[in-house]
Design a protein around this ligand. Structure first.
Ligand code: NAP
Length: 483
């Protein structure tokens, strides 16, 4: 029997007024139902918003270090449950235990980081242009904010939105993705256990149209922070800005790694391979395009194919390199792009098939896939494929490599592998991406520096993480105090 989980509204775990639930199953074994969650309605979302609005004044007037103490106790509660959360994440999203453990640790570190930040919240005193006058700024919370998150990092992304929102005195309505709501529910339990007052965080599960849409449009929501696809994020941004809400949408990517002839080829293959196939390619920052100098192209293709074929695929709770896709529809989409690549004339070097056989039949497993002979205008070189599919393109010099890297509508993360320092600098200057890396994979972020995309990867309004995370959730008031 699977457990039925409630919404968390105004400090109580309650059922949706719809009386309906939806089930979440293990992507490595679809017959294993992990839990059922509330199929909430727009009225449930409105009740959550009302609770958050009612709790806002008191939370905003709680001294910031006291808010920080709640965040620190949340980090401690997460730490105490780390093994359980890691297993929950693997069984509902599919990534391996080692990847899931890293993600849960990231959530712990984020809460610790923003807990400490609460002591430094304040403003700036400036020189006034008259005597007996003070001129200064102070930061104020926005009020009540909506957080809408995707399934692929179902604890780290909620953590990097919740912690700065709470640190700065906002109250929250949080809608997790329907494919993986369990580990974020446990995060909310940890907030409750840490003594967060009722109403400050409200957690509502349900579909994007029934729950997500009201969270973007409701008049009492002051800001919306969304992470997910560019298609949905664009709708959210348009809806939220109709009445001038502050909005931040971080969205899809088509991330390149450029490989230059000076690079150590083994390092380059590790950087591209781990960026492309880590977390089953289900990362917004996953490497989807290897843009390789023609001098080393053939050798690179041979080695990246060996890399892909060396990976073991299976249930993430076993000792494997790559887990399944999160859902059947995500698997189908990846297989569809394999067909598109073939039809458009790229060479399928390895992979491209759903895995079958005893351990695979009940899960959503796909082979790590490499295409060569990819032209920059092919769909597999232009569109986000949220799976372990790498397109390898050939270029004849550095300038062409940067032009190809930039020749897509996205601009999230980009990297180059080179031994030439000047190329490294020029790449950082020339690449159109919010994250530019030299000799590092496109995935992997540090939590105390800004993160966000260029072009269709982001609304480009505010960055997330680090101090930028605090900026999004605060308004600046400028005080002129004459005495
Ligand atoms: P998605 O389909 O866009 O969903 C994201 C969230 O929006 C989910 O909670 C979804 O709810 C909700 N939603 C759906 N329709 C909505 C609507 N009309 N109004 C408001 N909310 C709505 O994305 P996903 O499949 O979960 O995640 C994968 C995508 O996220 C990829 O494109 C990836 O690149 C991107 N991503 C970006 C970043 C980044 O920082 N740039 C990080 C991670 C992922 P349901 O789940 O109930 O449909």
């Amino acid at each position: 029997m699977s457990t039925e989980h409630g919404n968390y509204i105004d400090g109580d775990w309650i059922e949706s007024e719809s009386g309906e639930t939806f089930a979440v199953s293990n992507p490595a074994n679809k017959n294993e139902i992990l839990g059922t969650y509330q199929q909430s309605t727009s009225d449930d979302a409105k009740a959550a918003i009302e609770a958050a609005v009612a709790a806002q004044d008191e939370w905003a007037s709680t001294p910031a270090p006291e808010r920080g103490a709640v965040l620190k106790r949340t980090a401690d509660a997460l730490e105490a449950r780390k093994d359980e959360l890691t297993k929950t994440l693997t069984t509902e999203e599919g990534k391996t235990l080692s990847e899931a453990g890293g993600e849960v640790q990231r959530a712990i570190d984020i809460f610790t980081y923003y807990a400490e930040k609460t002591r430094d919240l304040g403003g700036t005193m400036k020189a006034a242009s008259a005597g007996n006058k003070q001129l200064y700024t102070k930061l104020e919370p926005l009020g009540t904010v909506s957080l809408i998150t995707p399934w692929n990092y179902p604890i780290a992304i909620p953590a990097w939105k919740l912690a700065p929102a709470l640190a700065t005195g906002n109250t929250v309505v949080f809608k997790p993705a329907s494919a993986a709501p369990g580990v974020s529910l446990k995060l909310v339990e940890c907030l409750e256990q840490a003594g967060l007052p009722g109403g400050v965080v409200n957690y509502v599960t349900g579909s994007g149209s029934d729950v997500g849409a009201p969270l973007s449009e409701h008049g009492e929501i002051d800001a919306v922070s969304f992470t997910g696809s560019t298609a949905i994020g664009t709708i959210v941004a348009q809806t939220a800005t109709e009445d001038l809400k502050r909005v931040q949408c971080e969205m899809g990517g088509k991330n390149p790694t450029v490989v230059m002839p000076s690079a150590d080829l083994t390092d380059a293959v590790d950087i591209v391979g781990s960026g492309a196939f880590g977390v089953t390619g289900q990362a917004c920052t996953a490497c989807s395009r290897a843009i390789v100098h023609e001098e080393v192209y053939d050798e690179f293709v041979a080695e990246i194919v060996d890399y892909a074929e060396s990976l073991t695929v299976g249930d993430g709770t076993d000792d494997v390199d790559m887990g399944p896709h999160v859902t059947e529809s995500e698997l189908d989409e990846t297989l569809e792009y394999v067909n598109v690549g073939r039809e458009d004339g790229a060479t399928l070097e390895t992979g491209g098939n759903r895995l079958t056989g005893d351990e695979y039949d009940d899960g959503y497993f796909v082979e790590p896939t490499v295409f060569s002979d990819v032209n920059a205008d092919m769909r597999i070189a232009q569109e986000e494929i949220f799976g372990p599919v790498l397109a390898v393109l050939s270029v004849s010099d550095f300038e062409e490599a940067v032009a190809v890297a930039n020749g897509v509508e996205f601009g999230l993360s980009a990297s180059i592998v080179t031994d030439d320092l000047s190329e490294g600098h020029r790449f950082i200057e020339g690449v159109e991406a919010g994250v530019a890396k030299v000799n590092e994979k496109t995935t992997g972020l540090e939590l105390h520096v800004p993160f966000g995309g260029y072009k269709q990867s982001s609304t480009n309004t505010y960055r997330e993480q680090g101090d930028a995370g605090l900026d999004f959730f605060t308004s600046i008031k400028t005080a002129y105090l004459n005495y």
